[in-house]
Design a protein around this ligand. Structure first.
Ligand code: HEM
Length: 178
C-alpha cells in the first residue's frame, strides 16, 4: 500500500492517522469523564487527559498538513452536490473541533492556575491569565466542543455504515486498514 492517497484510495499514512486517532480520542473521552484532579498539576488521570489532548492537537496539525499535500479520494459517481457538501462539511468540522477542543482544555487548566505538561517532559507555555471567570467560560466551551465532537463521531459512523450497507459503495472499504 502506498503512503500517499490517490484519487480513489487512502494511503497508509492517512489510514494510520484515522484509526490511530480514533482509538486515542475514545480513550480521551473516557479520561475526560473520569479524572478527578482539583489542583490541575502532576500526572494522575487528569495529567494523562491533558497530555493526550496536547498530542491530539499536535497530530491534528500534522494530519491537516498531510491532507493538504495529498489528493482527497473522490466521492462515488452520482453523489449529489448537497451530499458532497455535507460530507466535506463534517470532515472540516472534525478538524476545527479537534483543534479548538484541546485549546479550550489548556485554557481551563491555565486559567485555574495549573500547568499543562506533555507527559512530564515539558510544559506548554502559559497563554492565558489566571482568572476563575475565564476558566469557567473555557470549561463550558470545552464541554460543548466535546459534546459536538461526540455527536459528529456518531453521525460519521452512521454515514460510513450507510455507504457500506445502504449504498454499497467503496467509501468505508477504502479507509479500512486491510
Ligand atoms: C481532543 C481532545 C480532548 C477531548 C476529546 C476531551 C474531552 C473531555 C471530556 C469528554 C470532558 C468531560 C466534560 C464534561 O464532563 O462536561 C473533559 C473535561 C476536561 N478536559 Fe478535556 N478533552 C480534550 C482535550 C483536553 C486538553 C488538551 C486539556 C488540557 C490540557 C483538557 C482539560 C480538561 C479539563 C480541565 C476538563 C474538566 C473541565 C471542567 O472543569 O468542567 N482537555 N474533556
Amino acid at each position: 500500500m502506498s503512503s500517499k492517497n490517490t484519487n480513489n484510495s487512502y494511503g497508509w499514512v492517512a489510514k494510520t492517522f484515522h484509526w490511530g486517532m480514533f482509538l486515542i480520542i475514545v480513550g480521551q473521552f473516557w479520561l475526560g469523564g473520569n479524572f478527578k484532579e482539583e489542583a490541575y498539576r502532576g500526572m494522575g488521570l487528569g495529567g494523562y487527559h491533558f497530555s493526550i489532548g496536547v498530542l491530539i492537537l499536535f497530530l491534528m496539525l500534522l494530519r491537516f498538513a498531510w491532507r493538504a499535500k495529498n489528493p482527497v479520494p473522490e466521492l462515488p459517481d452520482g453523489t449529489g452536490n448537497l451530499q458532497a457538501l455535507a460530507a466535506h462539511g463534517l470532515h472540516i468540522l472534525f478538524y476545527v473541533l479537534l483543534i479548538v477542543l484541546p485549546i479550550a482544555g489548556i485554557a481551563v487548566v491555565q486559567a485555574r492556575g495549573g500547568t499543562v505538561s506533555f507527559f512530564g517532559m515539558f510544559l506548554i507555555p502559559g497563554f492565558i491569565q489566571e482568572a476563575e471567570s475565564t476558566a469557567d467560560l473555557a470549561a463550558a466551551m470545552h464541554g460543548i466542543f466535546a459534546k459536538a465532537t461526540f455527536f459528529a463521531v456518531i453521525l460519521h459512523i452512521i454515514m460510513a455504515l450507510y455507504h457500506h450497507y445502504g449504498k454499497k459503495d467503496n467509501v468505508l472499504k477504502r479507509m479500512l486498514p486491510w
